[in-house]
Design a binder for this molecule. Structure first.
Ligand code: FAD
Ligand code: NAD
Length: 534
């Protein structure tokens, strides 16, 4: 057989089959067959139908999926978001230590809005903050840029998908001094702080290890507050980074001195997961040298310290609470990341209050995701109080549901399909709690020895490399463009074989022009503070 014959008879058909199979699998997994059945080529809008103005606030998991599904004839869509990219949140923990680059985690919204524009009468992106919704006159007030220029956008249908923000629970010092992991900027700040502290510690160890012992230990003390999935995934990434890349770059002596604490108020980490799987995660982190401090509450923070106290159950007596407070201890800290949960954004609180809703944790919606008391307004994702966990899985399903409702013009109740939960534990490990139902499929799971978890035994627990492979392949399949998929594949391959991307993001800017005054120590809160806050 010649090379040409081999190529045409074997290679090309094999590639075509694999390609078509991958495309069909991705389309099925992502529930996207209606992109073809409802393509504008097949269903051109009637000229008599009035054009509907749809305003979508937010370009995250919920808003973007709503946009993709509602785009169609007779739709004039405006997407409003202060950040110009869709942020692929599951990659954020990895991006803060260079396992992936932010290029893989951020997808320019304009590209995605342009795709919707090709299917609709019009679709535009407005980079702005939505400030206020006037539900009587059906307008949204938004402000653009630093000057705060105001625009008033009229809508027939409004989708509120502005997500959530970190919740500090009013704990003193957290807003001012903690780092967070919610936006792309947070990941850059964290990466910069970790690298900058390692550099300072390495210099001090080289030129005065004894004299500066306390400062070195402070710089290298990393505290992650919150043992939910965000805190656990981030801790695993930092532990891997220290053990591999920091060790290579700064040497064993520096890497060994890094202390990582994961602080969780509840008796165990990973509340949403089965207790056995949470234990797998705890054991993994402890093997990587992390101190998993459960039953411990962070009660205050300063630029260089964190205060820890034993947590007490809600039912604790005032005496028990006072006894716990007495045991509070202050520890020096170089990096503190607040991953202790989320709360609602000001716009959501404002709208909920205006509508007379009493629970301000989100916008109360009915079974069709319509905001109660506001005609033509839907709330989805973390901004909605719909009775589901604030996850990307829920947000994207809600987004698709509302998008289809707007496209088809019929309100139907939303039904959530939970496929399971996955948590990456970094290098070569992960946990997966999969919904499999009680079907005949279970015999296959039994045959390969996958244990059951959950109350009704309708879930299966996978751990180790297999779970990590599931995490990676699922999230790889859901990335929004082939370009990002390519970048992500490259990042993971590079991190595996040539180490992470260890480049300090240029946050601290020296003036470009020599005559621009450098901030004085007084303006920056003293030299030491300026140095430690960069
Ligand atoms: P977001 O995705 O946060 O999007 C909100 C959008 O609203 C953004 O575009 C924002 O710019 C915009 N916006 C904000 N304020 C305004 C305003 N005033 N006006 C207009 N627009 C505004 N969930 C999972 O299921 N699996 C995971 O692996 C997972 N990993 C995560 C990792 C991290 C680090 C974090 C922080 C979360 C993770 N989550 C995960 C949770 C998941 O990211 C959220 O539940 C999901 O992002 C919610 O989607 P959303 O569209 O409601 O909000
Ligand atoms: P979370 O609310 O799930 O966890 C926060 C944790 O912080 C809680 O366990 C809480 O007890 C603890 N905490 C709160 N205050 C504290 C304090 N003062 N001191 C010590 N501990 C404190 O928040 P999250 O992990 O950011 O997750 C938010 C949402 O995003 C969840 O719905 C989660 O499922 C989802 N998410 C999912 C994944 C995944 O599926 N892999 C990854 C990240 C986030």
């Amino acid at each position: 057989m010649t090379i040409l014959q081999f190529t045409t008879k074997r290679l090309l058909p094999a590639f075509a089959t694999v390609g078509a199979g991958t495309w069909a699998t991705l389309t099925t997994v992502n529930d996207d067959w209606d992109d073809y059945t409802h393509h504008p080529w097949l269903s051109s809008g009637s000229k008599d139908t009035k054009t509907e103005k749809v305003v979508i606030l937010g370009g995250g998991w919920a808003g973007l999926n709503a946009l993709r599904k509602c785009a169609g004839p007779n739709k004039e869509i405006v997407m409003v978001s202060p950040r110009p990219h869709f942020l692929y949140t599951p990659l954020l923990a990895g991006s803060s230590v260079g396992t992936v680059t932010l290029r893989s985690a951020c997808e320019p919204l304009r590209n995605l809005v342009n795709v919707a524009a090709a299917k609709s009468e019009d679709a535009t992106f407005v980079r702005a903050h939505a400030r206020e919704v006037d539900t009587k006159n059906k307008t949204v007030r938004v402000t653009c840029g630093e000057s705060g220029s105001e625009l008033h956008l009229a809508y027939d249908k409004l989708v509120v998908a502005v997500g959530s923000m970190p919740n500090t629970f009013g704990i003193p010092g957290v807003t001012e001094h903690a780092l967070f992991l919610k936006e792309a900027e947070d990941s850059s700040r964290l990466h910069a702080r970790l690298l900058s502290n390692l550099e300072k510690a390495a210099a001090l160890m080289h030129y005065g290890a004894d004299q500066h012992a306390n400062e070195i230990d402070r710089l290298l003390h990393v505290v992650i507050v919150g043992g939910g999935p965000t805190g656990v995934e981030l801790t695993a990434e930092i532990a891997d980074f220290v053990d591999n890349d920091a060790r290579v770059r700064y040497g064993d002596a520096v890497a060994q001195r890094v202390k990582i604490d994961l602080v969780e108020a509840l008796p165990r980490v990973l509340g949403p997961f089965d207790a056995q799987l949470a234990q797998v995660a705890t054991d993994h982190l402890e093997r990587r040298g992390v101190h998993v401090c459960t039953g411990t509450l962070v009660t205050a923070a300063t630029a260089e310290t964190v205060t820890l106290a034993p947590s007490t159950p809600r039912t604790a007596t005032p005496q028990e609470k006072a006894a716990a407070r007495k045991q509070a201890r202050e520890e020096p800290v170089g990096v503190m990341v607040w991953a202790a949960g989320i709360g609602s954004r000001p716009l959501v609180k404002k709208l909920a209050t205006a509508l007379g809703q009493s629970d301000l944790r989100g916008l109360k919606v009915d079974s069709c995701l319509r905001v109660e008391g506001a005609d033509g307004v839907y709330a989805i994702g973390d901004a909605a109080l719909a009775g589901y966990a604030p996850t990307a899985q829920v947000a994207s399903q809600e987004g698709k549901h509302v998008g289809r409702v707007l496209r088809d013009g019929t309100d139907v109740p939303f039904v959530y399909h939970h496929s399971g939960s996955l948590c990456s534990l970094g290098q070569n490990n992960g946990i997966a709690q999969l919904m499999v139902g009680k079907t005949a499929n279970n015999s296959v799971w039994d045959a390969i020895g996958v244990p059951t978890v959950g109350k009704d035994g309708d879930q299966r627990a996978v751990t180790g490399v297999a779970a990590l492979a599931m995490w990676r392949s699922l999230y790889w399949s859901k990335v929004m463009s082939h370009s990002s998929r390519f970048h992500l594949s490259f990042d993971w391959t590079k991190a595996r074989f040539a180490g992470r991307d260890v480049v300090e993001p240029p946050l601290r800017r020296s003036p470009t022009l020599a005559n621009v005054p450098v901030p004085s120590p007084k303006e920056t809160g003293g030299f030491k503070k300026f140095w430690s806050s960069q």
